[in-house]
Design a protein around this ligand. Structure first.
Ligand code: 5GP
Ligand code: MN
Length: 335
């Protein structure tokens, strides 16, 4: 993978471009992709944004989101754009499998692939150009660096700023996680000067749910959370019946994994949801508990040191048993 700076001079020639992100995109994946697309369009490129799957309703306010292709729902349209693309930008993921059904198609493309990402252990051999910095708060921060570094700062308008800001607050927990560097605050100050309305972005992301979702959170915290004080660990396991009962949609469970970390002393939180095709895990930790390694070792996943995900083909009960075994094996790190 060659350094991303090498494509800066090439940006002046208009090209057919696809921008894509990880499946079930979060504010950082969708925000960074739409911000990059917003700037590339102004540079004269023909840009298509593709998400490997659908995305939560709370991202649908984002400028440009209506034109995003859902690859799972419109595979032929997605393939047509990918086959024409001269460049494919891959944002906010470290391994092609994170694009689900798109992964094989991406791997087979012979066009130029560019990675911008902040996850651990990237598959750098899969990309021609790119940048991977685990120290960065978010891919949105890295897209801001890409835009300013390539001399295109003047193209950051209100819409681009709103997308970048959504990604930053999503991945920094609204400026509370350790990755929130001085540069993050400087960038946001710059976005404010460029016309960012930050309060609206917070409302759009966090005050935009249906009653069902709040009732569901109440139910889950009361009935589905187990605490293992001897391991400073909490577990939430959600059966499919709960998802049906509360009419839970994509995105409604976002953020749920953070609640157990508000309990004094809890260092590791695991959340597992019984989805149709697999059991999907989320892990969050505090301090020196490494959930990237934990997710890789036990749950076919990965991510960041303090935030990761994984999956299992086993039943909910079986994968929960594995979690309990895993925390015992990691007792020394957790105590
Ligand atoms: P979340 O719990 O919000 O789904 O994911 C937490 C972090 O881990 C995100 O940065 C996400 O991209 C990453 N992540 C989630 N699931 C997986 C996975 O299965 N594999 C890898 N490599 N990363 C994941
Ligand atoms: Mn991210």
């Amino acid at each position: 993978m060659k350094p991303i700076e090498e494509i800066y001079p090439l940006l002046r020639t208009p090209r057919k471009v696809v921008v894509t992100m990880h499946q079930k995109p979060d504010p950082d994946a969708m925000g960074s992709s739409l911000a990059l697309a917003g700037v590339l369009v102004q540079l004269g490129h023909d840009v298509t944004v593709i998400s490997p799957t659908n995305w939560p309703d709370f991202l649908k306010w984002m400028p440009g989101s209506k034109k995003v292709i859902d690859y799972e729902a419109a595979r032929e349209k997605g393939n047509a754009a990918l086959e024409l693309a001269e460049w494919v930008f891959c944002l906010d993921f470290n391994a092609l499998y994170r694009t689900k059904h798109m992964a094989a198609k991406l791997a087979a493309l012979s066009c130029v692939k560019v990675l911008i990402d902040h996850h651990e252990q990237p598959e750098t051999q899969a990309f021609d150009y790119g940048i991977s910095l685990t120290s960065k708060s978010s891919t949105s921060e890295m897209v801001y660096d890409f835009i300013t570094g390539s001399g295109n700062e003047a193209l950051i308008n209100k819409e681009v700023a709103a997308c970048l800001y959504a990604g930053i607050i999503g991945d920094t927990g609204s400026f509370r996680f350790p990755s929130t560097s001085p540069h993050v605050h400087e960038m946001v100050a710059d976005l404010k000067r460029k016309g960012l309305d930050h309060a609206i972005v917070h409302e759009n992301l966090y005050d935009n749910f249906l009653e069902d979702r709040l009732r569901f959170i109440g139910h889950v915290l009361l009935n589905r959370m187990e605490i293992f004080y001897e391991y400073n660990t909490a577990l939430i396991a959600i059966p499919k019946s709960d998802l049906i009962k509360f009419n839970i949609k994509t995105g409604d469970t976002e953020g749920l994994v953070n609640y157990p970390l508000t309990i004094q002393g809890i260092k590791l939180a695991g959340l597992v949801i019984d989805r149709d095709e697999e059991r999907k895990w989320s892990f969050r930790s505090k301090g020196n508990v490494d959930v990237n390694t934990f997710a890789r070792k036990y749950f076919n996943g990965g991510g960041h040191f303090n935030a990761s995900g994984g999956r299992s083909a086993d039943s909910l009960q079986t994968t929960v048993q594995l979690f309990k075994k895993a925390i015992k094996e990691n007792a020394s790190q957790l105590q």
